[in-house]
Design a protein around this ligand. Structure first.
Ligand SMILES: Nc1ncnc2c1ncn2[C@@H]1O[C@H](COP(=O)(O)OP(=O)(O)OP(=O)(O)O)[C@@H](O)[C@H]1O
Ligand SMILES: [Mg+2]
Length: 340
C-alpha cells in the first residue's frame, strides 16, 4: 500500500513539476512581451513628436540638430528590430534561442531612447489651417470660366510651364476663378498659397502673408533677407507648390522681391498670376496666357437672376434682360445689382 502511495506521489510530482515550470515560464514570457510592447508604444509616440518638430523646423528652413537626427535614426532602427523580434516569437510563444534576453535588451534601449527624446529648442509652432478658397455655392460655372479653368489646369500640369497668367477686365471674375483653381488643384500640388499684390503693393506685408501661409515664421526685418528666407523655404522642399499672385499691375522680380523661385530654380514651384492687363502677363514672362471673357447674354441673365433669388430663368422679365445687358457681362456688376 505504502509503495503504491509513494509511486502515486512520485508520478504526481513528475506531472505537476513541469506544469508549474511551464506556467512560471509563460508568466515570465508574457511579462517580457508586455514590457516590450509598452516601450514600443512609448517610443513611437516620442518619435511622432520629434518628427512633427522636424517638419516644423524644415518648414522654417532651420537646420536639424545633429543629435536629433541621430536619435531618429536610432529610434527607427530599434523599432524595426522590435518588429522583427515580434514576428520571430509570434508562432512559438517561448523564450527559445535567447529571445527573452534579446527582448529585455531592446526594452531597455527603447526606454532610454524615449527618455532622451525630449528635445527642447524646436517648439510646437502651429501652422495656419489650409485655406478654404471658396464655398461651393460661391462659384457658378459659365462657358468662359469653364474653358479658362480647363486651360489653366492643363498648363499647370505641363512640365515645361512654370508661370500661367490669367487676364481679363476688372470684375470679370479673375480672383474668383483663381480661388476655384486653387481648390481644384489640391491633388496636383501639396501646397497652394495665394496673396494679393494690388496696384500699390506693400511687399513687406506680402512677404509676411506668403510666409505665414507656408508655416514659415519670418524673423528677418529687411525685405531682402525676408525674400532670401522665402526663397530657401520654397526651394529646399520636395513638395509641389502653387503660388497664386492675385491682382498684379506691373512687372516685379519674383525672386528678389518675394523669394519665389522661377523655372530652373525649382521646377516643383509654379505660379498663377491674375491681372487686368495682358501686357503684365508678357512682362512677367508667363509662358501660358489665358483670357477670361465676360459673360454672354444668357449667362449674364442667369447670374443676375440667381443673385436676385430667382433661379428660374424661364420666366424672363424684360426689365431683367435690359439690366443684364447694361452690366456688359461683368459678374461684378451682375452680382451687385442682382443682390440689390
Ligand atoms: N463664376 C462666378 N460665379 C459667381 N460669382 C462670380 C463669378 N465670377 C465672379 N463672380 C462675382 O463677381 C465679383 C467680382 O469677381 P472678381 O473679384 O473675381 O473679379 P476680378 O476679375 O478679380 O476683378 P478685379 O480685376 O477688380 O480684381 C465677385 O465678388 C463674385 O461675387
Ligand atoms: Mg480680382
Amino acid at each position: 500500500m505504502e509503495v503504491g502511495v509513494a509511486i502515486a506521489s512520485k508520478v504526481g510530482e513528475y506531472l505537476v513539476k513541469p506544469t508549474v515550470n511551464q506556467v512560471r515560464h509563460l508568466f515570465c514570457f508574457n511579462t517580457i512581451v508586455e514590457e516590450l510592447k509598452e516601450q514600443e508604444i512609448n517610443l513611437k509616440l516620442a518619435r511622432e513628436n520629434v518628427n512633427k518638430d522636424v517638419e516644423i523646423a524644415k518648414n522654417n528652413t532651420d537646420k536639424i540638430k545633429g543629435d536629433l537626427e541621430k536619435w531618429l535614426t536610432d529610434a527607427n532602427e530599434i523599432l524595426a528590430d522590435v518588429e522583427g523580434l515580434k514576428e520571430e516569437t509570434g508562432v512559438k510563444k517561448t523564450c527559445l534561442n535567447g529571445w527573452c534576453r534579446k527582448a529585455a535588451k531592446k526594452t531597455t534601449i527603447m526606454l532610454k531612447l524615449t527618455d532622451n527624446g525630449k528635445f527642447d529648442g524646436v517648439g510646437h509652432h502651429t501652422t495656419l489651417p489650409g485655406i478654404e478658397f471658396l464655398k461651393p455655392n460661391q462659384f457658378q460655372i459659365f462657358g468662359s470660366s469653364k474653358s479658362a479653368i480647363d486651360d489653366i489646369i492643363e498648363a499647370l500640369k505641363n512640365d515645361k510651364i512654370y508661370m500661367v497668367g490669367l487676364y481679363g477686365m476688372g470684375g470679370a471674375g479673375k480672383t474668383t476663378l483663381a480661388k476655384e483653381v486653387g481648390n481644384r488643384v489640391k491633388e496636383i500640388f501639396n501646397e497652394v498659397v495665394m496673396v494679393t499684390i494690388s496696384q500699390t503693393p506693400n511687399f513687406k506685408n506680402i512677404q509676411g502673408q506668403l510666409a505665414s501661409s507656408l508655416g514659415l515664421s519670418l524673423e528677418e526685418q529687411g525685405e531682402e533677407e525676408r525674400a532670401r528666407r522665402l526663397f530657401k523655404r520654397l526651394t529646399e522642399t520636395e513638395k509641389k507648390i502653387l503660388v497664386i499672385l492675385d491682382d498684379v499691375w506691373g512687372k516685379f522680380d519674383l525672386k528678389s522681391i518675394l523669394g519665389i523661385p522661377f523655372g530652373d530654380d525649382n521646377k516643383n514651384c509654379k505660379i498663377l498670376l491674375t491681372t487686368r492687363r495682358l501686357q503684365v502677363c508678357i512682362d512677367m514672362g508667363c509662358q501660358s496666357r489665358i483670357p477670361l471673357n465676360v459673360l454672354n447674354d444668357d449667362e449674364a441673365l442667369a447670374l443676375l437672376k440667381r443673385h436676385a433669388g430667382k433661379g428660374d430663368a424661364s420666366n424672363l422679365n424684360p426689365l431683367a434682360i435690359k439690366i443684364a445687358k447694361e452690366c456688359d457681362g461683368l459678374p461684378l456688376a451682375l452680382v451687385a445689382i442682382g443682390s440689390a
